[in-house]
Design a protein around this ligand. Structure first.
Ligand SMILES: C[S@@+](CC[C@H](N)C(=O)[O-])C[C@H]1O[C@@H](n2cnc3c(N)ncnc32)[C@H](O)[C@@H]1O
Length: 209
């Protein structure tokens, strides 16, 4: 494992991306998409919590990430942090009724192991939300072309159909799918729409099958 060294070296820079006013609308659109789809839950976890830019405003109490530099920032935002990886979650079986993974799937070494772990820590009837940049979207294609990008050069992007197939083969059933960041060349709209194929940022809610 180790596709996270870049986040240790550039945690502050990663976190500051959200403060740049050029990125504000995008951040709010992504946050809103997840929030709109979030069920009322009592025990919530973000896997790959980073600096807590999603967990904190969404009221997700627990966050796990392998990078100390990220966890320090997430903790300062009020998240209860644990150092660890998605592929080996240090939580009891069925402990959470909500698990979120935002823009982390593409950095995992072993997606199947990570989804198996999410399945183990999620209670029956709980919700697993995976939010990600669609490989086939305008932004997804742009990221894949940026071979010099510090953060994304080693990422493995997925198409929506691939994520759904991974969820199904790991024992999840999709319940809802929404999209935002509807971009054509350089112009983006931030509406939230049902389905996929138009938006770069896709949010899938699923439950144990
Ligand atoms: C693009 S950041 C997303 C952070 C946060 N979810 C957000 O959206 O701001 C990806 C995060 O995944 C973490 N990560 C990388 N590999 C991981 C793994 N195997 N298990 C858990 N987290 C991992 C990185 O350390 C980083 O914080």
């Amino acid at each position: 494992m180790g596709n996270f060294k870049v986040f240790a070296e550039h945690a502050k820079r990663y976190d500051e991306w959200y403060d740049n006013e050029r990125n504000y609308d995008r951040y709010i659109a992504e946050l809103t998409a997840i929030r709109e789809m979030m069920p009322a839950s009592s025990r919530k976890l973000e896997v790959g919590v980073g600096s807590g830019r999603f967990a904190a405003p969404l009221g997700i109490e627990h966050g796990i990430d392998p990078v100390d530099e990220m966890l320090v920032i997430a903790k300062s935002r009020g998240v209860k942090t644990v150092k660890g990886v998605a592929e080996n979650l240090p939580y009891d079986n069925s402990y959470f009724d909500y698990v979120l993974m935002t823009t982390t799937l593409c950095f995992l070494d072993d997606v199947t192991a990570a989804l198996t772990e999410v399945k183990r820590v999620l209670s029956f009837g709980g919700t697993f939300t995976v939010a990600f940049v669609d490989k086939n979207s305008v932004i997804g294609k742009r990221y894949q072309q940026r071979v010099d990008s510090k953060f994304y050069k080693n990422a493995t992007f997925y198409a929506v159909e691939e994520v759904i197939a991974l969820l199904n083969s790991s024992g999840f059933e999709m319940t809802t799918i929404m999209q935002t960041l509807l971009c054509k060349s350089n112009k983006c709209h931030f509406d939230l729409r049902v389905g996929y194929g138009e938006g770069a940022f896709v949010v899938i809610n699923s439950q144990l099958a």
